[in-house]
Design a binder for this molecule. Structure first.
Ligand code: FAD
Length: 359
């Protein structure tokens, strides 16, 4: 039996728009994923994009490449090996000490040089702080189109990238094409796409390229690195279990109930946007379209209505348990388990029950 290959989603029709692609676009082939390595670690969004890139490349019948930019050393080599483990056919590599820490100038030069030399038709980056900064400057330098924060990527009948993203405050989805420029660039936020399976594979083809810069060419200097004191306290995006509270909890002090349940069951905690706006939780705990996208095995939402902007950030969860006093709350339309109850009374009862069970 042969295994069916996952297919890129079918693109919406763009009837009436330009059909013939200019001849010089034929020089642009293959799908590239920028592999984000910061302080020796590959950001998992790069692997999520490899999975999407693989589907697009298979649909177009072209190769998938990872782009690794970093200082000479083990971490950069390990990132190259990971490209192949997550499905790349080849890797473009620029190894240079000037790429040790992220700075816009050398990274933009490195990526634009690679694009101008090897001409990919599609270039994907993670919508992380680094990825957003780099994608914007590379697209501007190359004078091409960039669709940010995509939720779906597909290839249409002409082989153009159909990049879908929320618009009008998340109430509508729009599909954006870059028909007149190459490469077609898109960013995708962490956890929006599923993590593909990792497979041990032999190292594939590696194309090395020089950076062609000296330190004096770079205006930005890194004097020291001060880690964010709050970094690492929130691992919401990649947590297996998440407990979140919304405006239904009524007051800042009631978020102790969310934190208490999360602590008891070893979960991360989060909240809806108005909770952050009220100052009841820090902004890195916000879940949804303008916060974090999560894909936990279990998501417990207490006192959250389930507005579309919240829903898009949680619908990748395997099991959604919603607690709400209003049986008509929109969250019950997509929750797997719905509990019509007062969360302020139910959360402590759940915490006690779990604490007894787990002790
Ligand atoms: P509410 O809508 O006020 O709902 C509270 C819910 O709690 C109600 O369903 C109520 O029945 C229930 N309730 C009340 N008392 C209790 C009780 N004692 N026990 C149990 N349930 C109770 N929102 C996000 O969450 N994340 C985002 O990233 C985000 N981005 C946005 C981006 C834009 C551009 C816009 C326009 C909006 C965005 N929003 C976002 C806001 C979103 O539209 C909603 O306003 C928000 O999600 C509602 O938050 P909530 O469910 O906590 O509050």
């Amino acid at each position: 039996m042969t295994e069916a290959k996952p297919q890129a989603a079918a693109a919406p029709s763009r009837a009436g728009m330009k059909k013939e692609l200019p001849d010089h676009f034929k020089a642009y082939r293959h799908v590239w994923v920028f592999v984000e390595v910061e302080r020796g670690q590959v950001h998992p969004v790069s692997f999520e994009l490899m999975g999407e890139g693989r589907k697009l490349a298979d649909r177009l019948g072209v190769e998938l490449a990872g782009v690794v930019l970093g200082p000479p050393g083990e971490a950069t080599q390990a990132a190259v090996a990971e490209c192949f483990a997550y499905g790349a056919d080849l890797a473009y590599l620029i190894e240079d000490p000037l790429l040790a820490d992220y700075r816009n100038e050398p990274f933009s030069k490195a990526l634009t040089d690679l694009v101008n030399t090897y001409k990919p038709e599609i270039l994907l980056l993670g919508a992380t702080t680094l990825g957003r900064d780099l994608a914007g400057s590379v697209a501007t330098t190359l004078l091409t189109g960039l669709t940010a924060d995509c939720t779906e990527l597909a290839v249409d009948q002409d082989g153009s990238l159909a990049a879908t993203r929320p618009t009008f405050g998340g109430s509508l989805l729009c599909t954006i094409y870059t028909l007149n420029f190459r490469p077609q660039m898109a960013t995708v936020r962490p956890r929006v796409m599923a993590m593909p399976e990792r497979r041990e594979r032999p190292i594939g083809r590696v194309v090395r390229h020089p950076l062609g810069l000296i330190e004096d060419d770079i205006v930005t200097k890194i004097l020291s690195f001060l880690p964010d004191r709050d970094a690492g306290t929130s691992n919401l995006a990649y947590a297996d279990v998440v407990v979140a509270g919304g405006m239904g909890l009524g007051a800042a002090e009631n978020f102790q109930l969310v934190r208490g349940l999360a602590r008891t069951i070893g979960a991360e905690f989060g909240c809806s946007r108005p909770v952050v706006q009220k100052g009841w939780m820090p902004s890195d705990r916000q879940i949804g379209q303008t916060g974090k996208t999560i894909r936990p095995k279990l998501y417990i939402a207490a006192g959250i209505s389930g507005a579309i902007q919240h829903r898009v950030g949680v619908e990748g969860a395997d099991l959604i348990v919603a607690i709400n006093t209003d049986r008509n709350a929109p969250i019950f339309d997509f929750a797997h388990v719905g509990i019509v109850a007062d969360a302020i009374r139910l959360l402590p009862a759940l915490t006690d029950a779990f604490a007894r069970r787990l002790s």
